[in-house]
Write a protein that binds this ligand. Structure first.
Ligand code: ATP
Ligand code: MG
Length: 226
């Protein structure tokens, strides 16, 4: 069983961290919330409505977007064309001109402006992660699920990515963030949910989570201190 009775809430405007060891079920949880997998039982509520049987595209149009840990760009298209797909088919459908204008803005915010005309195949992994974020943002999400978008980034790039996430949150976007970079999670999360072997083992403030014995044993180790 990949996920077993995992239960938690995210309030509008919150920035929540999701952590746990490799194979804990974090990405699977994103698949369930975003409609890639349907749960065998239990439900996913978004803005009070049950979305657990909806398709990913319908969930996206309701304002819930996600990125993929294993990136999935349209490889035969350019960078900006990839982002335009989100701008055209997301929560606020746009015509091509408006989609291009909005996509250029988003590429600027994630630091990919200079590569807007590049074929996706020429991008580094870090840039492909940025593109994942840009594609998700282009759908105008109210809630965005980010799956390890900072892996492979340099410390300077991580600082930039954190600034972008804070800016999105300040503008009212709700975020759920999977990240193994503890500095990031501990610094920006309002609250942290910890998964281990498909179950939620802890939920609390960064300080509470870092001090929790179960979390230390399952994931953080003894040396981590906030
Ligand atoms: N399609 C699948 N079929 C069978 N087992 C799967 C499938 N996808 C994932 N799993 C298994 O489910 C468990 C949870 O995997 P998941 O990818 O959700 O972990 P994760 O917490 O995201 O790990 P990581 O930190 O390494 O990304 C793992 O044991 C994984 O091998
Ligand atoms: Mg994962």
């Amino acid at each position: 069983m990949a996920l077993n009775k995992v239960d938690f809430r995210i309030g509008r405007g919150e920035l929540i961290g999701l952590i746990g060891p490799n194979g804990a079920g974090k990405t699977t949880l994103f698949h369930v919330v975003s409609g890639i997998y349907h749960p065998d039982y239990g439900s996913v509520l978004f803005k009070g409505e049950d979305i657990s049987k909806l398709r990913p595209d319908a969930i996206c149009r309701r304002g819930l977007a996600r990125t993929f840990q294993i990136v999935r760009p349209f490889s035969h298209m350019t960078v900006i064309e990839n982002v335009m797909v989100g701008a055209i088919f997301g929560r606020n459908p746009r015509d091509k001109t408006e989609a291009e204008r909005r996509s250029a803005e988003i590429l600027d915010s994630v630091g990919l402006s200079e590569k807007r005309g590049a074929q996706v195949g020429t991008l580094t992994l870090a840039d492909r992660k940025r593109l994942e974020v840009a594609r998700a943002l282009a759908t105008d999400p109210e809630l965005i699920l980010l799956d390890e978008v900072m892996s492979g980034l340099t410390p300077t790039e991580i600082t930039q990515a954190m600034a972008l996430i804070k800016k999105l949150n300040d503008a009212g976007t709700t975020l759920l963030l999977i990240e193994h970079v503890m500095k990031v999670i501990m610094e920006i999360s309002h609250r942290i949910v910890v998964l281990d072997r498909g179950q939620k083992i802890m939920e609390g403030s960064p300080r509470e989570v870092a001090a929790d014995e179960r979390v230390r044993q399952a994931y953080l180790g003894e040396r981590y201190a906030v």
